[in-house]
Structures are given as structure tokens and as C-alpha cells.
Ligand binder design. Sequence first.
Ligand code: SF4
Ligand code: SF4
Length: 75
Amino acid sequence: MAKIVVQVDHCKGCELCVEACPVGCIEIDNEVLNKLGYHPAKYKGTGCTGCGICYYTCPEPDAIIVYKKNEREAA
Ligand code: SF4
Ligand code: SF4
């Protein structure tokens, strides 16, 4: 099953991935402040298709990792 992992301390909380995800499976985690002082993005836990749109939308190179099925697709 596809999924994403947000590398929390690389995220700047810009919400571009939240807006871009076609299935709406990313949200901002308002309960967490990362090392940069931002509320980071968070995978809701279900629904990811592995399309990679969030990865290509994110301006931070290391913030999102997409796993298509069980393989790492992008770092
Ligand atoms: S890979 Fe696609 S479906 Fe999965 S979280 Fe990113 S934009 Fe959404
Ligand atoms: S993961 Fe990237 S696109 Fe999403 S909120 Fe963080 S910095 Fe913005």
C-alpha cells in the first residue's frame, strides 16, 4: 500500500501539499512544532495512491518521501 512519510524537521508548514493532494490525505499537525518552529504536514494514515504530486509540489527537497507500494520512490 502506498504511503508518504513527512520528515517533520524539513517541513515549513506551507500547506502546498495539503492543497495539492488529490485525495486529501495530508493535513497540518497543529499539535506539533518542529525544530524550525512550524506546524508540519502529516499523513492522515490512509488513502494515499502513491501519485507523487505532494512530493513534486513541496518546495523543501527532503520533506516528503513517497512510498509506492512498499518501495521508496523519491527521497
Ligand atoms: S503521493 Fe499523492 S495521494 Fe499520496 S499523499 Fe502525496 S499527493 Fe496524496
Ligand atoms: S511537506 Fe512540503 S509542501 Fe507540505 S507543508 Fe511541509 S514544506 Fe509545505
